[in-house]
Design a protein around this ligand. Sequence first.
Ligand code: FAD
Ligand code: NAI
Length: 477
Amino acid sequence: MSQQFDVVVIGAGPGGYIAAIRAAQLGFSTACIDEFKNKEGNASLGGTCLNVGCIPSKALLESSENWERIEHKFAAHGITVEGAKFDVAKMLERKNGIVSKLTQGIGFLFKKNKVTSLHGHGRILGRNGDRWQLEVADGDKTDVVEATHVIIATGSTPRAFPGVPFDNELVLDNEGALAIPAVPKKLGVIGAGVIGLEMGSVWKRLGADVTVLEAAPGFLLAADEAVAKEAHKIFTKDLGLKINTSVKIAKVEPGKKGVKVEYADSEGKDHSITFDKLIVAIGRVPNTWNLAAEGVGLPVDERGFIAVDGECRTSLPNVWAIGDVVRGPMLAHKASEEGVAVAERIAGQHPHIDFNTVPWVIYTSPEMAWVGKTEQQLKAEGVDYRKGQFPFSPNGRALGLGEVAGFCKMLADAKTDRILGVHIIGPFASELIAEAVVAMEFNASSEDIARIVHAHPSLSESLHEAALGVDKRGLHS
Ligand code: FAD
Ligand code: NAI
């Protein structure tokens, strides 16, 4: 007889593994099926995020920033480093070590919480009475398990440039971009989105000549305009990324000498550049391949995402879907919170996720982080708002750190003073944004933040000043 579970989760990324742990905590017998194998061919839990996404990218960002500090920042502290060198192999080894530590940690958490971990490709076969039957296929071995509830958390994969498959030698996806064995002389990046900017920064800092080709008519259109403008200035002038927007790529041709890219620029002028390597980061597509047998009727929307309601229910009984494979931002923390909420809904609880307060962070240097509405969104919606903005340049802690670029900006409703959005570009923006997220979650006003005691000297004082600035009573501006 096949093994029976209350809950079977397909996918062990930050959506799936968290859903499985929470379901087990709530007393359900739970299994989690995952097919990911690392380069060594070993099963590795944690999905895109831990294996080839969030975690390894941040490890390499930090290594390359350390190099940049030695090259360009230590001198101002009176520190001279002679004969400094870096070793890409060692950087990659460090990154791989962090990945192993965290992915193995999930195996440990599964054991601790009594989650059964099944390796292989999961596929919903159909109903057996009031249970779902699922196949777990691993090479020649196929098992069938049964579940009352199924949570699909299969994530996403990189979108290839039409007609140009990834080979991870010349044309790189995120996995390849995180494992380039030696710094390429000329690196091309298609897509000035989150991956393009993070990975472009890493390799630029390590010495590559990086050209970014972006189809959209502007830079970082999803970010607040002031943040995007500041970031563009820093990335092009200080870091030296060559960022071209409004380009139309005509051809991508891998060959013996590299990858030739032909494109028309914003004025329609044709260009041809041959890169040593090309990162293609033009978005990601949901993983729904071979996920359900024909006849199951797994609902998929017009963009290929599994169709769910606001509570992650599909139209099939007791089948839920979360994370990158459903609508909404493709972010690890969004996937995890959906995972927790679904497990709790299965247990009859009524959890709530506020999608308006999901923070975004881009881990470039300086970092960018935001929550809520941008100024251009508020204008487009005709909302009457007030704003406060304060730079890091006069902030004592930022000066001590030697990281003075950027600012904090707060947008609040003109009548109620309720905070509508917070946008930060600057040092540790990823950490500073947490205060704004909590404030917005509790419907705080700018006055609330203005009246809270902020430690001195700290970067958070710039957020405090931005809050004071909403009411035009900044003390240092
Ligand atoms: P995934 O993490 O993709 O996990 C899905 C898992 O399911 C995978 O292991 C996959 O192999 C497995 N799977 C798929 N189909 C099946 C099947 N049929 N049977 C069995 N297993 C299956 N987000 C952030 O919030 N912060 C960041 O800093 C960040 N950095 C990123 C950097 C990069 C380079 C990339 C590519 C992404 C980054 N992201 C980041 C996005 C983040 O990785 C995703 O939003 C997150 O991983 C989504 O989680 P998930 O659980 O939905 O899916
Ligand atoms: P993205 O959606 O962030 O950016 C893709 C970019 O490619 C866009 O600017 C788009 O206009 C451009 N583009 C699309 N087609 C193009 C074409 N033919 N030619 C030129 N440009 C083209 O997607 P990306 O960078 O691939 O990342 C995928 C997702 O992964 C992100 O949206 C994000 O959700 C997640 N992620 C999150 C990170 C974080 O939270 N720090 C880090 C990395 C990824």
